[in-house]
Ligand binder design. Structure first.
Ligand code: NAP
Ligand code: ZN
Length: 351
C-alpha cells in the first residue's frame, strides 16, 4: 500500500517523554479522506496510554483523538465530503459494520472490536493506529464528523472525546428537566458534562476536590458545587440525586457517591482507572441502585452531540498550547492544573 510520511509527536516507551517522530499514513483509498489537522485536544486517556498505565500500549505511541482539521484530499468513492470541508475525528476510525451494535450505531461496542484512533491494530498498514498529534490523518469518511459552522474550531476539538463521552451517558440515563444530576471531577470530561447536562435542562450539582473551581463551576452552568472532601457538604446530598457521572481520573471512594443516589438512581463511570474498585453491596441494595459504565459514543450520536452543541453554543474551555509543550501539559494535567482542556495548535509541528 502506498504511504506518505508526515511529522508527528509521540513516545517510544512508557518512561520516555513525547518527542518529534516521522510516521507513515496510507494514501487515501477510495472511501478515505485525508485531513490536515489544525487542532487536537489532550485527553487524560492520551496520558494513560502514552505512559502505559493500562498495560496495553503499543510503541511508538502517537496519542490524540480530539481532532479537528480540513480535508485536503478525497478518495474517488467519497460521497458526502469535499476537499476544504472542516471536519472532526474522534476516538473511532473503523468497526465491523455488520454486528448488531454497529447496525444500531453503537460502533463503540462493536462485537469484534472497534478500531481506536490510536493504539489499535491498523489493517491497512499492518501496524497499529497512530493518533492526532500529527500533521495529517487519513480516515474512512464514515468516521468523519461535520463541525457546526458557528463554533470556535480550537474549542470544538474536545467535543470529539470529552463531549461525546459525557453526552452519551447523559442521554442514555435520560437526564433532563426535573432530574438532579451529579458530575464528579471538573476536568476535561467533567466540565463538558456540566455544560451539556445544563443544556439538557437538568439541575446540575458539581463535585470537586479543588476549592479553586468553586466559582468556575457556576460559570460553567452548575446550580450547586460541593467540595467533595467536606463531609458536611457531601451529607447534604445524601439520597438526593437521580444520576451521577463520575469523570475523575484517579482513585477515590465510589461508595460515598452511591450514597448520594435516590432510590432507582444510577451512577455511571466514564473514568477508567486500571485498579479494581471496591464497591459495597450495601451501597446498592437499599435503594435498588445501579452502578454502570459508559464508553465514548457512536458516530451518529457524536454528530448529534456536535449539532446539539452547535444549537446551544457549547464548546470546551481551553488553553491552547504548542506541541513542544505537551510533556509539561501532561504534568499539569496530573495536578488538575488546566481549565479545562489543553488543545494543541498543530501548526506548531512545523516549528
Ligand atoms: P482530567 O481533565 O485530568 O480531569 C480529571 C479530574 O479528576 C480533575 O480535573 C479533578 O477534578 C479530578 N481528580 C484528579 N485527581 C483526583 C484525585 N486524586 N481525587 C479526586 N479527584 C481527582 O481527565 P479527563 O480527560 O476528563 O478524563 C477523566 C477520566 O475519564 C480519565 O480516566 C480518562 O481516561 C477517562 N476517559 C474515559 C472515556 C470513556 O469513554 N469512558 C473517554 C475519555 C476519557 P477536580 O479538580 O474537580 O476534583
Ligand atoms: Zn479521550
Amino acid at each position: 500500500m502506498e504511504t506518505i510520511q508526515i511529522k508527528a509527536f509521540g513516545t517510544e516507551a512508557a518512561e520516555a517523554s513525547l518527542a518529534p517522530l516521522r510516521i507513515d499514513r496510507r494514501k487515501p483509498t477510495a472511501h478515505d479522506v485525508e485531513i490536515e489537522i489544525l487542532y487536537c485536544g489532550v485527553c487524560h486517556s492520551d496520558l494513560h496510554t502514552a505512559r502505559g498505565e493500562w498495560g496495553n500500549t503499543i510503541y511508538p505511541c502517537v496519542p490524540g483523538h480530539e481532532i479537528v482539521g480540513k480535508i485536503v484530499k478525497i478518495g474517488d468513492q467519497v460521497k458526502n465530503l469535499r476537499v476544504g470541508d472542516t471536519v472532526g475525528v474522534g476516538c473511532i476510525v473503523d468497526s465491523c459494520h455488520e454486528c448488531d451494535y454497529c447496525k444500531e450505531g453503537l460502533e463503540q461496542y462493536c462485537e469484534p472490536g472497534m478500531t481506536w484512533t490510536y493504539n489499535s491494530p491498523d489493517e491497512h498498514l499492518n501496524t497499529h493506529t497512530l493518533g492526532g498529534y500529527a500533521e495529517r490523518i487519513v480516515v474512512d469518511e464514515r468516521y468523519v464528523l461535520r463541525i457546526p459552522e458557528n463554533l470556535d474550531l480550537a474549542a470544538v476539538a474536545p467535543l470529539l472525546c470529552a463531549g461525546i463521552t459525557t453526552y452519551s451517558p447523559l442521554q442514555h440515563w435520560k437526564v433532563g428537566p426535573g432530574k438532579k444530576v451529579g458530575v464528579v471531577g471538573i476536568g476535561g470530561l467533567g466540565h463538558m458534562a456540566i455544560k451539556i447536562a445544563k443544556a439538557m435542562g437538568a439541575t446540575v450539582i458539581a463535585f470537586t476536590t479543588s476549592e479553586g473551581k468553586f466559582v468556575e463551576a457556576a460559570r460553567l452552568g452548575a446550580d450547586k458545587v460541593v467540595l467533595s472532601t467536606d463531609e458536611a457538604q457531601m451529607a447534604a446530598y445524601q439520597g438526593k440525586l437521580h444520576f451521577i457521572l463520575d469523570a475523575v481520573s484517579a482513585e477515590h471512594d465510589i461508595n460515598a457517591y452511591l450514597g448520594l443516589l435516590r432510590v432507582d438512581g444510577s451512577l455511571a463511570l466514564v473514568r477508567a482507572p486500571a485498579e479494581l474498585l471496591p464497591v459495597s453491596a450495601f451501597s446498592l441494595i437499599p435503594g435498588r441502585k445501579s452502578f454502570a459504565g459508559s464508553m465514548i459514543g457512536g458516530i451518529a450520536e457524536t454528530q448529534e452531540m456536535l449539532d446539539f452543541c452547535g444549537q446551544h453554543n457549547i464548546v470546551s474551555d481551553i488553553e491552547i498550547i504548542d506541541i513542544q509543550q505537551i510533556n509539561e501539559a501532561y504534568e499539569r494535567l496530573l495536578k488538575g492544573d488546566v481549565k479545562y482542556r489543553f488543545v494543541i495548535n498543530m501548526a506548531s509541528l512545523k516549528k
